[in-house]
Design a protein. Structure first.
Length: 432
């Protein structure tokens, strides 16, 4: 009996190994890349990666669905749905070894807020690393249909009188975002403030997980929200509200989500970190092809991923935007970019803006040494190593960790070499 059991175990092991080898061979044929074999062997074969049901999680989902993690020597990577950004934070604090997660599809400022202990229990810092950006553009600021007659679009000031009237009636104005200090919080604050609406005094900002935005607006729990896709498009498809503007209209080509990892995991497993990056980079290139958008929408719509109709994902992926206020745009270049225009590269200059903007709203002190903080968290060096190992064309590897000065829709200019000038233009006192 002992020999039979041992043989059975060996046969199962052989079958598992053979199946894994066959999968890797098939994937390498479908995603040719001659340089991956040159990468060092990963220290581990798996990692636990969290994601929120948002279209910009697609690189992680596609890497899992298409066997790209396995291709790069990490067949045991798990991509695990998180209930909210708060849950993502809590599971990162735990870490994969303690039933949490090792990394995540994450709001770009969150690793900085965690690294400094700004959003963790008892303000205990959790060292973090940003390995890549996952996408540019394609978030939305959407408004309840009650405000359709204001004609509000990019100019938020058109809401001012309606908000004042509602407040005069003793009612609260609620602006929903997904995490304090996160990207959606910053976009909606920037938009409101540019329209003369103070997000700290004139409205109440509330936190709502992305997949719950539409349901909450349906029952009147908020007046306006900022979130990623597919939830703005679903709102319009269900006739509950409309999109005032996409965030690409605030800042064309803006950075959005990141691939964030616990720093201790990266330090312990540098080869595995590069393997993860290589898989994600290949997935980003696949996601960026217009030829793959229909399949991508079908994948993301699956029950185990987003559990939404593919049509709620597809339109804005292709740049077809029905704003829901009789404004329809076809073929807009405001669609989500995953690889084009350096979308994957974690520009340090972008991280510099996120920290400066969070200083504007009190999450960081105005005299924060932004450059030192970015250098601690941003691992663009690993991105470059992974890109070279993957065989990414030199033209797709940015020459500098800075994308230069950025200009916003209201005319404000951010110089990453001098973030204090940006804060001073907003009347924020900066230590000399």
């Amino acid at each position: 009996m002992k020999n039979i059991l041992t043989g059975s175990v060996r046969r199962r092991g052989l079958l598992k190994t053979t199946a894994a080898a066959a999968l890797i061979t098939a994937v390498r044929s479908a995603f040719p890349s001659g340089a991956f074999a040159a990468a060092s062997t990963p220290e581990v074969t798996g990692a636990k990666l969290g994601y929120i049901a948002l279209t910009d999680a697609a690189p992680l989902v596609v890497a899992a669905e298409k066997g790209l993690f396995a291709k790069h020597g990490m067949p045991d990577v798990e991509v695990i749905k998180q209930a909210s950004w708060g849950a993502t934070r809590d599971n990162l604090v735990l870490g994969g070894a303690s039933n949490g997660i090792d990394g995540a599809h994450i709001l770009t400022p969150m690793p900085y807020l965690m690294h400094t202990g700004k959003v963790t229990q008892n303000n205990v810092p959790v060292p973090m690393a940003i390995l890549a950006r996952l996408n540019l553009d394609s978030q939305g600021i959407s408004v309840a249909k009650d405000y359709a007659e204001t004609g509000v679009q990019l100019d938020a000031s058109k809401l001012k009188a309606a908000f004042e009237q509602k407040k005069a009636e003793g009612k609260e104005i609620k602006a929903a975002m997904t995490f304090p200090g996160g990207t959606h919080d910053l976009w909606i604050r920037y938009w409101l403030a540019a329209g003369g609406i103070d997000p700290d005094k004139d409205v109440s900002t509330i936190v709502v997980p992305p997949p719950q935005m539409v349901a909450n607006m349906k029952v009147g729990n908020m007046d306006v929200f900022c979130v990623g896709e597919p939830w703005n498009e679903q709102l319009v498809n269900q006739g509950i509200g409309f999109t005032a503007c996409t965030t690409g209209e605030l800042w064309k080509g803006h950075p959005e989500k990141a691939l964030g990892m616990r720093a201790d995991w990266v330090e312990k497993n540098p080869n595995a970190a590069k393997a993860l990056l290589m898989a994600v980079m290949e997935a980003q290139q696949w996601c960026d092809s217009m030829d793959n958008k229909d399949e991508m929408s079908t994948i993301l719509g699956k029950r185990q991923w987003f559990n939404v109709p593919p049509k709620d994902v597809l339109g804005r992926l292709k740049g077809d935007i029905n704003y829901g206020n009789e404004r329809i745009v076809h073929g807009s270049d405001l669609y989500m970019k995953f690889w084009k225009d350096g979308a994957s590269y974690p520009y340090k200059s972008h991280d510099t803006w996120f920290i400066a903007e969070n200083a504007r709203w009190g999450k960081f002190a105005p005299d924060t040494d932004i450059k030192a903080l970015v250098d601690q968290v941003n691992r663009e060096d690993l991105w470059r190593e992974a890109a070279q190992a993957l065989g990414v064309a030199a033209a797709d590897i940015p020459a500098s960790p800075s994308r230069g000065k950025e200009t916003f829709f209201d005319g404000k200019v951010f110089d990453p070499e001098n973030p204090s000038s940006y804060l001073e233009s907003l009347s924020i006192k900066v230590a000399s």
